[in-house]
Ligand binder design. Structure first.
Ligand SMILES: Cc1cc2nc3c(=O)[nH]c(=O)nc-3n(C[C@H](O)[C@H](O)[C@H](O)COP(=O)(O)OP(=O)(O)OC[C@H]3O[C@@H](n4cnc5c(N)ncnc54)[C@H](O)[C@@H]3O)c2cc1C
Length: 458
């Protein structure tokens, strides 16, 4: 718990709203979209700007207060909110400025993907962000950032020009290819381990309209669809991103669906995607020309806030016949109608051509990312759904690498978090020793400073 004088110190230091238990808006502010997470910070600081973030870090340091950082609040692990400490809530920091001439955008880190896309699309521009508009731009980007444009333009991290970071000693550092290059490397995949990022500048590209949507096959045809998709994806141009798996349509029909986005010319996209819609008879075909904003909001209805969420995810070594046969055994078997599992993302093109050590995000060499993304509504169904998700993942384990995309990892201990940083872990530890030797920022998939660095601080 935080002693009363420290709470008062925080309240008097912050221009934005502060919320404590019992205050109107407190419960709303601490509630994450994943209903499995139920934590109660002693105080929430809804920062109005950079000065508030600096004040929070300064006061939290002085009084030795546990800190968590909330952007869009969508982290599967729920690390945005802490029990008993200070939640630095960035959700009110919504500034975005697009420079259509330089094709850049600078955004504050309370911005959500839908808000970011809307501002950039006003100029016919976009950059890689994820596929659900309510997700936070910062949390997604700092962990990697996979989406409809990754094959053409790289991951979100690959489009970073610079950022402002408030470090554990409450300084603001500007990071870019020319300034504080080591930290610039680290935040591109090292997530919130090195400080609170208050704004990010992105490179933008001309985007839209696109040819995309989804095609749905009967769940019983999953094996045939997966085999065809594997061959089809092998020839994917950089303009095309596909993802697919087992889920249920809103009317309850179990399907194996493939979503696609072709960001080149609409006519070319129609030609490229024709085989995916004609190799067998789909139950429904919702592929067609659409605006980029339309495709970016396509998944939103499937992810309403308040569902209970548990995920397991790792990259596949290869999508072999055996991996397909195993995955098919789990198709349409989830105990919940809201689950996406087994589900697979195709990682291709520009994002996979960046060397694994160029940014802190390491997973560049795998073509397929496996996910079991379970969602349900009732606490009494937790055990059943978690058990099934783990069974699905255990079944697939022989075909998976140990490493996972950190943004999809649940809170299951240090070893799994460590695997998320892959080959870059030691370099990230060295960076943590330099910028956060006391592990002030630890509500994340934590990179622990080495013992020597901690001892030096005592
Ligand atoms: C429905 C859904 C769809 C998703 N789709 C995609 C997708 O298409 N592509 C993809 O790549 N990922 C996707 N993700 C994963 C997503 O990228 C992560 O969950 C990400 O952490 C969410 O960021 P956030 O800001 O919303 O979350 P938060 O919970 O607010 O933040 C997550 C963590 O990031 C850190 N953090 C956030 N903001 C800052 C900051 N400004 N400074 C320092 N640290 C910070 C903190 O450690 C925090 O705990 C999806 C997740 C969900 C739930």
């Amino acid at each position: 718990m935080i002693p009363e004088p420290a709470i008062q110190h925080l309240k008097s230091s912050v221009r934005g709203q502060t919320l404590c238990p019992g205050d109107a808006g407190y419960d709303e502010a601490r509630t994450l979209p994943n209903a499995m997470i139920d934590r109660r910070p002693t105080i929430i600081a809804r920062c109005a700007g950079v000065a508030d973030v600096i004040a929070c870090v300064r006061v939290a340091r002085e009084h030795d207060i546990l800190v968590s950082v909330r952007g869009g609040g969508h982290s599967i692990a729920g690390k945005a909110v802490c029990d008993g400490g200070l939640m630095i809530d960035l959700s009110a920091m919504k500034g975005i400025r697009v420079d259509p001439v330089r094709r850049t955008a600078r955004a504050q880190t309370g911005v959500k993907l839908g808000e970011f896309d809307r501002e950039t699309q006003a100029f016919g521009l976009a950059t890689t962000q994820g596929v659900v508009p309510t997700v936070g731009m910062a949390g997604l980007t700092l962990g990697g950032g996979w989406g409809q444009l990754h094959a053409k333009y790289g991951l979100a991290v690959d489009n970073l020009i610079g950022a402002d970071v408030i470090t554990a000693d409450a300084r603001m550092l500007t990071v870019s290819a020319n300034e504080n290059q080591d930290l610039f490397w680290g935040i591109r995949g090292g997530s919130g381990n090195f400080g609170v990022v208050t704004s990010i500048e992105f490179r933008l590209h001309e985007v839209g309209p696109v040819f995309g949507g989804a095609v749905f096959y009967p769940a019983a045809q999953a094996k045939e669809v997966l085999r065809f998709w594997r061959e089809f994806a092998a020839g994917s141009p950089d303009e095309l991103v596909t993802q697919g798996g087992s889920f249920r349509l809103p009317d309850g029909t179990p399907v194996f669906g493939i979503a696609a986005c072709y960001c080149g010319s609409v006519n070319e996209g129609e030609k490229v995607l024709k085989p995916l819609r004609t190799f067998a008879s789909p139950l429904a075909d919702a592929l067609g020309p659409m605006s980029y904003l339309q495709i970016q909001s396509m998944f939103e209805p499937f992810f309403p806030p308040g569902r209970r969420v548990y995920t397991k995810s790792n990259f596949l070594k290869k999508l072999t016949d055996d991996a397909i046969d195993t995955a098919v055994q789990f198709v349409a078997q989830s105990p919940s109608p809201y689950t996406f599992a087994p589900f697979i993302e195709h990682w291709n093109g520009a994002a996979t051509r960046v060397p694994s050590t160029d940014t802190a995000f390491p997973h560049r060499q795998y073509e397929w990312n496996f996910l079991a993304w379970s969602m349900w509504t009732e606490p009494v169904e937790d055990e059943k759904n978690i058990r099934w998700t783990r069974e699905c993942w255990e079944g697939m384990k022989p075909f998976l690498i140990a490493g996972a995309y950190g943004n999809y990892v649940t809170d299951e201990g240090d070893a799994i978090a460590r695997e998320a940083y892959g080959c870059n872990y030691d370099r990230l530890v060295a960076l943590k020793n330099k910028y956060d030797p006391t592990n002030f920022f630890r509500m994340n998939h934590n990179i622990k400073p080495s013992k020597a660095a901690v001892a030096e601080q005592i």
